[in-house]
Design a protein around this ligand. Structure first.
Ligand code: 13P
Length: 253
C-alpha cells in the first residue's frame, strides 16, 4: 500500500493565536489519516500549534533551521531548539529560501544532516524554474539538486528524508503541474535516488508534489504511483480545503 504525507506549509502566515484556533479546529476534524497529516508553521507558532494539535496524531514542524547547534548567528534557530519543542518535521531548501535567503545545496545538505542526527524528519524541497523547464533542462537541474543535497548521507538515513518536488512555476501561481508532469518528475527523482543508493531506498522515500495543489486537483495528483502526498501552501491555510485534501489521500490510502 502506498504511503502518504499531506503537509501544509503556512509560509509567513498566521499569528500564534490564529495557529491555536486553526489547530484545535483541525484536530476536531478527527481525520482518519491524522498520522499522515502535518502542518509546517512559523517559529512563533510552534508552541500554540503543538497545543492545538495535542492528542490528534497530526504532526507539526518548522519551515527552516540553522545547521549549527548554537553560537553567534543572530536571528537563527537551531536544531536543538526545535527538538526541545518536539517538532516532527522541518522543511529544508524551499525555493523561496533558495531565491530570497541565499540557501544553497551546501547549506541544505548541512541542515539535512543536522536534522537527521536529531531524529527530526526533513522535508527537502527541489524544483526547477520556468526558464529551466522551457529549455528542457528540468531533469538535469533537479537531479543535480538531489545529488548535492543528499551528498554524504548514507542509505539508512536517506530513507528518512521526505522529498517535495515543487516546480517554481507552479508555486502560488494557480498553475498546477499536470498530474503527468508531476508524476514524470517524481518517478525520475525516485530513479535518481534508487541509482544513488538502491531500489529499496528509492522505493521507501516519500516523494510529495507541491505547487497550487487544491481540493479540485488533489485526487488526480495523489493517485499517481510515485506521488506520496502533497506540500500545500495557500490551500493549507483554510480548514475546509486542507481537510478535503487530507481526505482525498485517506480515500486512496
Ligand atoms: P502553493 O500551494 O500556494 O502553490 O505553495 C506551494 C508551496 O510552495 C508549498 O511549499
Amino acid at each position: 500500500m502506498k504511503k502518504f504525507l499531506i503537509a501544509g506549509n503556512w509560509k509567513m502566515n498566521k499569528l500564534a493565536s490564529e495557529a491555536l484556533d486553526f489547530c484545535k479546529e483541525l484536530a476536531a476534524q478527527n481525520l482518519t489519516n491524522a498520522k499522515d497529516v502535518a502542518v509546517l508553521v512559523p517559529f512563533t507558532d510552534l508552541k500554540e500549534t503543538k497545543e492545538g494539535l495535542a492528542g490528534s496524531g497530526i504532526g507539526f514542524g518548522a519551515q527552516n533551521v540553522h545547521f549549527e547547534e548554537s553560537g553567534a548567528f543572530t536571528g537563527e534557530v537551531s536544531v536543538p531548539m526545535l527538538k526541545e519543542i518536539g517538532v516532527d518535521y522541518c522543511v529544508v531548501g524551499h525555493s523561496e529560501r533558495r531565491e530570497y535567503f541565499a540557501e544553497t545545496d551546501e547549506t541544505v545538505n548541512k541542515k539535512l544532516i543536522a536534522l537527521l542526527n536529531a531524529g527530526i524528519t526533513p522535508i527537502l524541497c527541489v524544483g526547477e524554474s520556468l526558464e529551466v523547464r522551457e529549455q528542457g533542462g528540468e531533469q538535469t537541474f533537479v537531479a543535480g539538486q538531489i545529488l548535492a543535497d543528499f551528498a554524504g548521507i548514507p542509505a539508512s538515513e536517506a530513507a528518512k528524508i521526505v522529498v517535495a518536488y515543487e516546480p517554481i512555476w507552479a508555486i502560488g501561481t494557480g498553475k498546477t503541474a499536470t498530474p503527468e508532469q508531476a508524476e514524470e518528475m517524481c518517478a525520475f527523482i525516485r530513479g535518481v535516488l534508487s541509482g544513488n543508493y538502491d531500489n529499496a531506498t528509492g522505493d521507501s522515500i516519500l516523494i510529495l508534489y507541491g505547487g497550487s495543489m487544491k481540493p479540485s486537483n488533489a485526487k488526480e495528483l495523489l493517485e499517481k504511483p510515485d506521488i506520496n502526498g502533497g506540500l500545500i501552501g495557500g490551500a493549507s491555510l483554510k480548514i475546509d480545503d486542507f481537510t478535503a485534501i487530507a481526505n482525498a489521500a485517506a480515500e486512496l490510502g
